[in-house]
Design a protein around this ligand. Structure first.
Ligand code: BF8
Length: 629
């Protein structure tokens, strides 16, 4: 039976999105929602996770029970094994994405140390020394470049097979590391765990669902405590540690009279160069020569978050705004690196004067203009890209330009360093506020948009419901723009919070929702939890903290959720991964992990109900700690 087509109001909660969906429809441009419609209903076996394409004796699809008996694939794998294998590979994909991003930053750091990347440098020298010392590298009397070279070597080692555990694992409380050791979950090396996941899920290897899932957790932990954490720490060292600043968000950040360049993807290695080139006087002059008043660089998705956190660039949108940003007709170029970039953006760019520019050999798009950017040639190529965008301005068709909505103000830049500085340099005042119940708990809301949800309705609905309960919210990734558009990233947003949180925000002049960065920056949240646990002398799983990814879609988001749970942080998801075809896997995820790692997944599609369930956890943890319940 054909499903009823959803109304535009059901696709997104935002007026800027709705206006652009209407424009796309009027101009005959296909968007993500049209394609979802075409793909629905989805294959039920794939939804349940019970399809296997890992060998050519199949492909197999397994009904958990056929004719009353458990059906098996050609090799004999049952639904539990197939679901666990698929989920394990899903996690490996996410961990690989974040971690390869982290590796790219090590290469830049090594290049800087060797004098081969003149366009990059060390912006936070104090952090370089601090992190080096933390990892056992002597800094006294040594040059910055020597220290940077040694740090790169140590972190390259985290990707190999020779270590018993990755370097930053020492940040986790002793009790947590002991739990991982007992369970065989200690991440030894990023590439090692990812490769082993692929090996285990080859036909004829790990055919015990819980065993596969334990290794999936180990792979995710390698992402959180190594790949992503390296990405965050080295980005801070190379590009600067974020401090609070103000910016703006929504499609209104595009400027009618300027050359608009949107950076999209994840790694600041390219987008920082694009921004620097766009600020060069000769390129600004070139823009004026073609009739524009300047060059405006806006952010999409996580590379946007990276530049927002450090450089205060405006955010044009999150995942589901990426196609729609082009539909404004006001974008001269979309410059992408990798991850979460819809291939459809090439076709949509082709309907306008927009140049769609790829920069990474790892993420080529048929039909795009490609500039092969390496750390050694980055600025030279960035200048060429910005010049190309400027020249495209002459081709803009003013009659097709529609920039909806005024931008809204947002506050950003809450790295752990900035949060600690805001409360006086130690976590104690934050812990005191938590103990007395002014801040009853902390929840990180992270992740994506997914066209299956009304865009951002869950992200915003959950954040608002938690604030009312005096629960401080931390955001990263695509939830950032959602929270910003809802007015939650400004100190005035505290009006929507409960009395305790409102008082704390008022005293510190901070918003009730703190923006902590891109998706790799969820590592900041891990580190903050570890710091709070250490200071209180407890494990992370004892703290009144939780996580949520309400509208998640990607392999990376699943890896984040799993490393959060494996680190002891209960995690809510707005919809389940494709695991429901296995009772064993589903039970382990939503119940059994609690006994193993002290946290589990909660699946709940109603934001108010999700807030209730997270609140229940927070209350229980407060009681456990003897904090004012
Ligand atoms: O890494 S939040 S849609 S952009 S996966 Fe992607 Fe999800 Fe956005 Fe950033 Ni994270």
């Amino acid at each position: 039976m054909a499903r009823e087509k959803r109304k535009i109001e059901e696709l997104s909660m935002w007026e800027d999105a709705r206006a652009m969906i209407r424009k796309a429809q009027a101009e005959g441009i296909e968007t993500v929602w049209d394609r979802l419609e075409e793909q629905t209903p989805h294959c039920r076996f794939c939804e349940l996770g019970t399809t296997c394409r890992n060998c050519t004796m199949g492909p197999c699809r397994i009904s958990p029970k056929k004719g009353g008996k458990m059906q098996r694939g050609v090799c004999g794998a049952d639904a539990d094994v197939v679901v666990a294998r698929n989920f394990g590979r899903f996690i490996a994909g996410g961990a690989a994405g974040h971690s390869d991003h982290g590796r790219d930053l090590i290469e830049v750091l090594a290049g800087v140390a060797e004098g081969e990347c003149p366009d990059y440098g060390i912006r936070d020298k104090a952090k370089l020394v601090r992190i080096a010392e933390e990892l056992g590298i002597k800094s006294e009397g040594r040059s910055e470049m020597d220290i940077a070279g040694d740090l790169a070597e140590v972190l390259f080692g985290d990707f190999g097979s020779r270590k018993a555990e990755v370097a930053f694992l020492k940040r986790a409380p002793e009790s947590r590391r002991e739990t991982w050791k007992q369970l065989g979950m200690t991440p030894r090396g990023v590439d090692r765990e990812i490769a082993e996941m692929m090996h285990r899920t080859h036909m004829g290897c790990d055919n015990d669902a819980p065993s596969t899932l334990i290794h999936a957790a180990r792979t995710a932990l390698a992402d959180g405590w190594a790949g992503s954490m390296i990405g965050t720490e080295l980005s801070d060292i190379i590009f600067g540690t974020p401090t609070p600043s103000e910016s703006t968000a929504n499609l209104g950040v595009l400027k009618k009279d300027q050359v608009n360049i949107l950076v999209h993807g994840h790694n600041p290695v390219v987008s920082e160069m694009i921004l620097a080139a766009a600020r060069m006087p000769e390129l600004v002059a070139r823009a004026k020569d073609v009739g524009a008043s300047g060059i405006n660089v806006g952010g999409l998705c996580c590379t946007g978050n990276e530049l927002l956190m450090r450089q205060g660039i405006p955010m044009a949108g999150n995942h589901l705004m990426t196609e729609l940003s082009i539909v404004t007709g006001a974008v001269e170029a979309v410059v992408v690196d990798y991850q979460c970039i819809m291939p459809s953006m090439v076709q949509i760019s082709g309907c306008y004067h927009t140049r769609f520019i790829t920069t990474s050999g790892k993420a080529r798009f048929t039909g795009a203009t490609h500039f092969d950017i390496h750390p050694e040639n980055a600025m030279e190529k960035a200048r060429e890209i910005v010049a190309l965008a400027v020249d495209a301005f002459a081709e803009r068709d003013a009659s097709r330009v529609e920039i909806p909505h005024e931008p809204v103000p947002i506050m950003t830049g809450f790295s752990n360093e900035a949060i600690l500085a805001a409360v006086g340099g130690t976590p104690d005042p934050l812990i005191d506020a938590m103990k007395r119940g002014a801040i009853r708990g902390v929840v990180g809301i992270v992740g994506c948009n997914n066209p299956k949800f009304t865009q951002d309705s869950m992200n915003v609905g959950l954040a608002k419901a938690l604030l009312k309960k005096d629960i401080l919210v931390l955001v990263t990734g695509c939830v950032t723009t959602a929270a910003g558009k809802a007015g939650l990233l400004m100190p005035e947003g505290a009006e929507m919070a409960g009395p305790g949180l409102k008082e704390v925000c008022g005293a510190l002049g901070i918003p009730p929702v703190l923006h902590m960065g891109s998706c790799v920056d969820n590592a900041r949240i891990l580190q903050l939890c570890a710091l709070l646990a250490e200071t209180c002398g407890v494990d992370i799983s004892d703290l009144p903290v939780a996580a949520s990814s309400p509208e998640w879609y990607s392999e990376k988001a699943a890896a984040i959720g799993l490393y959060a749970v494996a680190s002891g942080i209960e995690t809510h998801l707005g919809h389940p991964p494709n695991i429901l075809g296995s009772d064993t896997v589903t039970h382990l995820a939503t119940e059994g992990l609690e006994d193993l790692v002290g946290a589990r997944f909660i699946i709940e599609k109603d934001p108010e109900e999700a807030a209730e369930r997270l609140d229940k956890r927070i209350t229980a943890k407060r009681v456990g700690l003897g904090w004012n319940p």
